[in-house]
Design a protein around this ligand. Sequence first.
Ligand code: NDP
Length: 313
Amino acid sequence: MGLKSKVLIIGATGYLGKRLVNASLQQGHETYVLRRPEIGVDIEKIQMLLSFKKQGAHLVTGSFSDHRSLVEALKQVDVVICAVSGVHIRSHQILLQLKLVDAIKEAGNIKRFLPSEFGTDPARMADALEPGRVTFDDKMVVRKAIEDAGIPFTYVSANCFAGYMVGGLCQPGHILPSRESVLLLGDGNKKSIFVDEDDIAAYTIRTINDPRTCNKTVYIRPSENILSQREVVELWEKLIGKQLEKSSLSEQDFINIMRGQGYAEQVGLTHYYHVFYEGCLTNFEIGDDAEEACALYPDIKYTKVADYLKQYL
Ligand code: NDP
């Protein structure tokens, strides 16, 4: 598995962060985890941090409100991966990373920084709708700060987290598949890309000291998981041995419904719109200036959507 690094993971107790810690340990890197004093008496987080320590991670104290503490934490490592929150229905803290960029600049020893991206490539979303474009705009602000500072980076574009999208058969507000019915977004034929979150973590960790991924975007496009909503539904129907009742939501009706929702919900729905009505994840070829993770690391056996769905039986 090549060179080993000292990796600091920030946002380690999060949905993706905890998987990054596990993957980093599994791939044999010396793994450091930021413990923010602000978590206070959050017993779940404390116990998760202690479980990381038990598995061999080092806990380092540091806060986004204490520049010096971040610099000191960074001085102990070579690589930084940030998985701070960026989903409005949970929490959205993407711009906090500007403080991290300042600390990385001062520390001066970081060989690779992977900011909290892990979704749609924000560089392709300049025309995204309000209000959901805030996710892409904020991630682009962070990219600019990284590039202005000359920090070596890798941006991981992970497409759709399977847990959010496959589980709910691509329907907003659903996270478990129905055995009765499904609402198709438009004709349900736009292709999307679904990736198991543990696989995202495994691919991400593989990039960290790979010279081919330095200063590049790495897209994760498992070929068998490039599917339309209809195809995801068909895989589920095959598993349960039954056809679901199907209805369809037109693009205009989707937008009208979206406009009646609260801010956080509208942000999320904007993302569904671009993925399932526009096909924003698959309407471009990966150019020579970027890489594709499954091609770079063919030895990683990714989870296929058909297998992912079996957990819901
Ligand atoms: P979470 O909401 O799980 O939060 C991650 C961590 O961020 C938290 O555990 C915490 O870590 C840290 N954090 C939260 N609030 C604060 C705060 N106020 N100050 C400092 N740190 C804070 O994040 P996700 O795992 O859901 O998201 C990670 C990335 O993945 C984001 O960039 C997001 O946009 C992307 N994403 C992509 C999806 C897709 O389908 N492609 C779906 C979901 C997310 P700690 O307490 O340990 O410091």
